[in-house]
Design a protein around this ligand. Structure first.
Ligand code: HEM
Length: 137
């Protein structure tokens, strides 16, 4: 199971690399007015979302469920963690929606919105790591 736990953590880091950097790209993209630069942002956003963030998220969940079934954990910490993972998945889906809006030049939100949006995964990461390692409840 320790190999599965290692893979779980490796893909969690991969997932978060995308969840942290994509909203940052949205901040710069929302401030940009140049068409050529916008085309570069579109390529970066597409590759980061579909090539790194989505596979990272899917594999984190797959190995997480494997661990859950393998260890047979119950515990309140796991239920709270799963609820937070559900919020994270909603955040991920919203990132995908924003990637497509920028791709089609349909973005209507300003950079301040994306700066706040950027804080969501930070809060969830801190809570989930404490729940998974300290298991306070
Ligand atoms: C459906 C999603 C997930 C499920 C079912 C799940 C389940 C699990 C289980 C059962 C363990 C083993 C706990 C232990 O050995 O003490 C574990 C470990 C861990 N999980 Fe998850 N997890 C999921 C998503 C996540 C996410 C999104 C993160 C990070 C934000 C995360 C971070 C960790 C960490 C850091 C550990 C290692 C804990 C340790 O070694 O003490 N997991 N996970």
């Amino acid at each position: 199971m320790l190999w599965i736990k290692s893979l779980h953590v490796i893909f969690m880091v991969t997932w978060f690399a995308g969840l942290f950097y994509l909203p940052r790209l949205f901040v710069y993209h929302a401030m940009n007015t140049d068409t050529a630069t916008s085309a570069t942002f579109k390529i970066m956003e597409r590759k980061l979302f579909y090539g790194i963030t989505t596979p990272g998220g899917v594999l984190t969940v797959v190995f997480g469920i494997w661990l859950w079934l393998g260890y047979g954990f119950t515990g309140t910490w796991l239920h709270i963690k799963l609820a937070l993972v559900a919020v994270l998945i909603v955040f991920h889906v919203m990132c995908g929606k924003y990637v497509r809006e920028f791709r089609d030049d349909r973005n209507t939100r300003d950079h301040v919105y994306y700066r706040w949006f950027n804080e969501v995964p930070t809060v969830i990461l801190i809570a989930v790591i404490i729940l998974a390692i300290v298991k306070p409840v």
